[in-house]
Every structure is written in C-alpha cells, then in structure tokens.
Design a protein. Sequence first.
Length: 152
Amino acid sequence: MRTGFAKVVATGLLIMIASSSLPSSAQAAVALPGGTCAKVNTKTKIATVAYTCTKNAKTKKLTWTRSSPLLAAARCASIKSSYDESLAGYESAVKQLNELEAKLNEPSLTATPSPQLDNLRSAVKGMKTVTLPLLKGLVDDAGAEYQAGCVK
C-alpha cells in the first residue's frame, strides 16, 4: 500500500515541477501586430519590426503596437524600386534558364551524345538549383526590408 501512495506522490510532484517550469499561455503566445500582450512596455520584434506592448486607448486592452518608425518616403521609393528591379531580374533569369534548358533537351540535340552539351545541361541545372534560390533569397530580403520599413 505504501509503495502505491509513494508513486502517486512522486507522480504528482513531477507534474507540479514540470508544469511550473513551462511558460504560461500569456508568455508562450506568439506576438502578432495588433495582438494582445501581457505586460505594458514589453518589447519584441515581429519580422524585423520593433513592437511595444501598450494599452489601447479605445479598448483598454494591452496590444502590440509598432515602435520603430517608418522610413522616409524617398528611402522607401528607393527600396521599392530596387525590389521591383530585383524581382524582374529574377523572373527574367528563371524564364531564360527554362528556355535554354528546353532547347538543350530538344530531341535533335539529345540524339547524339556530346560532352559540351552535357556540360551545358549540368551548368543550367546548377544555376537552377543553386543560383536561382540565392537570387530568390535576395529578392525576398529586399521585399521584407520594404515591408518592415515602409508598410504600416
């Protein structure tokens, strides 16, 4: 009988210790712009934008509000222009590589083996699997910079 009681007590203690070390639901909640927060003046970053927990004057609830200022209009125009150019360049590169790959895989070129064509096919494949994802990452970063600094 005593060993059963000891197991129950030990299990209960383990549950209490484990639950006390877990963050509360308010602490564990993911911060979202305009979402609720737990403590005034708490700061966080959401997608590279700084937010502060403030009391909403209308609803009297604590919410995440943007604390980092937006960039100047001229800087935003420059970032947007760079993003648009980067996106157009990326899309053009994708189109050109797809066209080149299609030409290299035409039946007339695949009928007879050619080390030069095999090297070209390999190079195109490498560009599509390595270079394009890197370019896409740069384009995405430019878009994220624009969103973070210029869009409310």
